[in-house]
Design a protein around this ligand. Structure first.
Ligand SMILES: Cc1ncc(COP(=O)(O)O)c(C=O)c1O
Length: 489
């Protein structure tokens, strides 16, 4: 046995043990905790993004698994040197790209504890405490959404899994038709399209409906597409509405869609993965009015409920619609059937073995209280409005959509000069690349009606107005440089 190996493991007689001594376990856990806390402490001073080209990383990491181990401290050090930091820091206060995710510390600890306890929460029998906790958290969500008693759901790996489970339920509720079709706006998230494909809808039956000028689904166009499809022998199985598009935060007209889907007997799913948890604020509740009429709702707690990846949620108005399709009996699992009062979460979605996702939500809400969460979400909504005001007051920036659910879409477009669309796109791409390589903030882009758009998503509870202001000031500075360079070509 080599020295290093013996330090790491308390080997049994055959030398096959994967155990560690309690002292060593504690020492490593403390070291890991210290590294993580240090990271959180230093985050505002770090760059927002770190990335590397593949050959460099392969040089550092690509190797056969070692036959003999090495000190665990060394492994952890390599992890925090070469692996985990080489990434976008989505919880950095000046990360405004894509959809930032800033987990609470109790949420992080919950995931650590869940891994340590290693509970399989597929069944009541294997995990009654954790199953009850998931019921509790789902009940909180049910109340926030205004869903009726009896509605319920499950926690998923994220918004994609939530919509996939929803589309399966919708397909079955429609009688699993031969020629299914689904409807969503052109602004819908690619996860919705993927879900439709997975449940067997052909690409040309995934109808992407145009939007109005506020990027909300056009109801007349939807009705026309449905009528045409029915006449051609298709069976519409789901309309997937947006409660916060990831591009610009647009919310489809939920009440009108609920009326329409009720009349047409089509399942209404609401993809609220981005905007859903704004419902804990008064403003969000007003914006999302009508969401409670949907047959299903997808949410993402690893976005605006400040949880570590991976936790999303699917809520359905009628739990039976999930259980009828996902519950499949198997002899080896016959002991797990305890009856209707003792749900097996594996009967509600695609996962059999499941982790305890509810713990992070429960622990962080227990620790800080709902008032703190409401303040944190409201802060994002308000900072986006302040950013909008800054942009409107600037002579070089133009808003492209009003601030909505914490998102601002805008571009560099000097008030005193006229550029065609192509030139504006080039200038703004130049600005984006300056931000990207400038290390002071991270902003990403999107496309609205074919217009290249800078986009800031401001939902991190650690982000202050100073962070937003600094970032916008940098964008103005880069914008001036990019315009100057473009004009002097
Ligand atoms: C509106 C919307 N729907 C669905 C998804 C997919 O969710 P996830 O990445 O958690 O699978 C996202 C992710 O950003 C989203 O913003």
């Amino acid at each position: 046995m080599n020295d290093v190996g013996s330090k790491n493991r308390r080997r049994d007689e055959q030398g096959t043990s994967l155990q560690m001594s309690p002292e060593q376990m504690l020492e490593l856990a403390n070291k890991t905790a210290e590294l993580l806390v240090e990271r959180v402490k230093n985050l505002p001073e770090m760059t927002v993004w770190e990335g590397e080209f593949r050959p460099v990383l392969e040089e550092q990491l690509l190797e056969d698994p070692p036959e003999n181990g090495r000190p665990a401290e060394e492994v952890i050090e390599q992890t925090v040197r070469n692996i985990l930091p080489v990434a976008l820091r989505l919880d950095h206060p000046r990360c405004f790209g894509f959809i930032p995710s800033a987990p609470t510390w109790p949420g992080v600890l919950a995931d650590f504890m869940v891994a340590g306890y290693n509970v399989n929460q597929g069944f009541w029998l294997t995990a009654s405490g954790p199953s009850e906790l998931e019921l509790v958290v789902i009940e909180w969500f049910r109340n926030w959404l205004g869903y009726p008693k009896g509605a319920g759901g499950l926690l998923t790996s994220g918004g994609s899994a939530a919509s996939l489970d929803a589309f399966v339920a919708a397909r079955e509720a429609a009688g699993h038709p031969e020629r299914p079709s689904v409807y969503m706006s052109v602004q819908s998230h690619s996860a919705q399209i993927r879900s439709a494909r997975i449940v067997g809808v052909r690409q040309n039956s995934i109808r992407l409906i145009p939007t109005d000028r506020h990027y909300r689904i056009n109801l007349d166009a939807l009705a026309k597409a449905v009528a045409e499809d029915r006449a051609a022998g298709f069976r519409p199985i789901v309309v997937s509405a947006n409660a916060g598009t990831s591009s610009c935060g647009a919310i489809d007209p939920l009440e009108a869609l609920a009326d329409y889907c009720q009349d047409e007997k089509i399942w209404l799913h609401v993809d609220a993965a981005y905007g859903g948890f704004s419902i804990i604020t008064n403003e969000g509740r007003e914006l999302l009015q009508g969401i409670e009429r949907a047959d299903s709702i997808g949410l993402d707690a690893h976005k605006w409920l400040f949880q570590p990846y991976e936790v999303g949620c699917l809520m359905v108005k009628d739990l039976g619609t999930l259980e009828r399709v996902f519950s499949v009996r198997h002899d080896i699992l016959q002991d797990t059937i305890w009856g209707a009062d003792y749900p097996n979460f594996s009967d509600r979605g695609i996962q059999l073995s499941r982790s305890v996702r509810a713990l992070k939500i429960w622990m962080s809400i227990q620790t800080f209280g709902m008032a703190a969460f409401v303040r944190a979400v409201s802060q994002g909504l308000n900072l986006a409005k302040r950013a909008e005001k800054f942009i409107e007051d600037s002579s070089i920036l133009q808003m492209l959509t009003p601030a909505m659910l914490g998102i601002v879409c805008f571009r560099v477009e000097p008030a005193d000069k006229v550029f065609d669309e192509e030139s504006l796109e080039q200038i703004n791409k130049d600005v984006l690349s300056r931000i990207f390589w400038g290390d002071r903030a991270f902003v990403s882009s999107t496309s609205l009606n074919g217009q290249f758009t800078l986009r800031m998503c401001i939902i991190n509870y650690n982000t202050t107005w100073k962070d937003v202001h600094e970032t916008l000031t940098v964008i103005v500075e880069y914008g001036k440089e990019a315009v100057h360079q473009f004009c002097s070509r």
